[in-house]
Ligand binder design. Structure first.
Ligand SMILES: Nc1ncnc2c1ncn2[C@@H]1O[C@H](COP(=O)(O)OP(=O)(O)OP(=O)(O)O)[C@@H](O)[C@H]1O
Ligand SMILES: [Mg+2]
Length: 443
């Protein structure tokens, strides 16, 4: 049996490799698009749904090389082009060094180095005057396409939705240029990864793109896929996780593989498993409780950050809308409820609350600006907290009487079919104790 380190198996903060689970539902569409010359792609979905991991793994299986540019808000089209151009250096320099495996033609390589020399000279001047790269006019999208194609690469643009409208428009136009170059360079394509609305953005920037790109939605993971991650990890580390614990982790993850990886890592650390065990190690409820506690300790700052974002009050009108809606939703069980259920919960303590405010808030709470705090499930028509820890945290945070965990979960009659009530109680207790300790430390 191969030995693996636990941090390579449970990877809460980087793309999974050895514990990567195939996503059957979208695999064929993704592979077909990647293998169709000229097909430009937009991959979108909620944060944490597994876009980057899926693409990285598929590119490793199907492509020789790829470039990744991480877009940031405020980044210009020129900076994005320049980033790709600079990254290409690794392939062109290697071509020069290993003359035997000369893969890029001398003419294209010469052209590339010519522009690089000009860029070097330009950036010496510009960095002193203004810290913005000026691209030589020769570095056109066509040329960049040739350089990327000759290096047998495709170009991944992470966080495409962060680029402003003007620059995003130009990037959409690059997709058209790359399409035309596909006969000569079959691997050449842009793969734009982004938030839920990214596909709409690309088409909005350039209407002609509407039937030329492949739009691929990466949904949150199914319970089956989350269980697969756990099963794979058990094999890789030679551990056996109690079946009730696996079920709890699946429920706590609520479709987010990063939560599953965090808790898995916590389980192993609690048990002292740091790499593949020689003899099978059993892991149970005790380790889960410790893993939950560690997860909360670790993430309480970011949980608070997300909640602050969700609660942020732009205007001081009659109602503190987001607080009211989050409180109402928190009163429902973990699986959430319909608009009507939430409205009833709110009206029990805010008799005059207008339904139109609720509609508006629910929509906004699903946006990235509000940390995608709330999720809407089209099939069931229910709204819920996108991560069960958000709900537990909201309950802990919004509750003024910090001792009555039992009272908080009194309404959760359906936990026997979802998350065990005592586990939610423990989560809330752990959150309260972290908060209290911090407050004591601060005083
Ligand atoms: N198919 C998979 N198999 C195993 N683990 C996965 C899989 N997909 C994602 N993960 C894990 O889930 C977490 C989140 O995945 P990833 O970063 O790919 O999501 P994302 O959609 O790109 O998120 P963001 O929009 O925030 O960039 C990571 O910890 C990753 O290891
Ligand atoms: Mg990502």
């Amino acid at each position: 049996m191969d030995t693996h380190s636990v941090i390579d198996v449970f990877t809460p903060a980087k793309p999974a490799r050895i514990s990567f689970v195939e996503r059957e539902a979208i695999n064929t569409k993704l592979v077909n698009a990647l293998q169709t010359p000229g097909k430009q792609m937009v991959i979108y979905g909620h944060s944490g749904s597994g876009k980057t991991t899926l693409l990285e793994n598929k590119l490793c299986q199907l492509y020789e090389n790829h470039l990744t540019t991480r877009c940031m808000s405020g980044m210009t089209f020129e900076q994005i082009l320049r980033d790709a151009f600079d990254q290409l250096g690794q392939y062109y320099d290697a071509t020069v060094k290993t003359k035997d495996s000369y893969s890029i033609s001398g003419e294209i390589a010469g052209d590339y180095f010519g522009i690089r020399a000009k860029l070097g000279a330009a950036s010496d001047v510009t960095s002193m005057v203004e810290k913005r790269p000026v691209l030589p006019p020769e570095l056109t999208p066509q040329r960049l396409g040739r350089y990327i194609g000759a290096a047998k690469c495709c170009w991944v643009l992470e966080d495409f939705h962060k680029v402003s409208q003007d620059h995003g428009k130009k990037l959409s136009q690059i997709m058209k240029v790359f399409m035309d170059l596909a006969n000569e360079w079959p691997t050449l394509k842009v793969v734009a990864i982004g938030a839920v609305d990214t596909a709409r953005l690309v088409v909005q920037y350039d209407a002609e793109m509407s039937n030329r790109i492949s739009e691929i939605e990466v949904p949150l993971m199914s319970s089956f896929e989350i269980r697969e991650i756990l099963a794979k990890s058990e094999d890789l580390l030679n551990i056996s996780i109690d079946s009730v614990v696996k079920r709890e982790i699946t429920l706590l993850s609520n479709g987010l593989a990063s939560v599953c990886h965090s808790l898995g890592l916590g389980l192993c650390r609690a048990k002292g498993v740091l790499e593949t065990a020689n003899n099978k190690v059993g892991i149970g409820e005790e380790e889960l409780q410790k893993a939950i506690r560690d997860y909360i300790e670790d993430s309480s700052d970011s949980l608070k950050g997300v909640l602050d974002k969700a609660l942020y009050r732009k205007r001081h009108g009659q109602f503190d809308n987001f607080r009211i809606v989050i409180e109402g939703l928190a009163k429902l069980p973990q699986e959430g409820g319909t608009k009507g259920d939430i409205y009833d919960a709110i009206r029990s303590y805010h008799h005059k609350y207008p339904q139109s405010n609720l509609v508006h808030c629910l929509k906004e709470l699903q946006s990235e600006d509000r940390g995608e705090f709330v999720r809407y499930d089209q099939n069931s028509g229910r709204y819920s907290f996108s991560n069960p820890f958000y709900r537990a945290y909201a309950l802990a945070y919004l509750n003024k009487d910090r001792t009555s965990t039992k009272k908080l979960i009194k309404t959760d009659t359906s936990y026997n079919i979802t998350l065990k009530a005592e586990n939610i109680a423990k989560i809330i207790d752990a959150m309260l104790s972290v908060q209290n300790r911090r407050e004591e430390d601060a005083n």
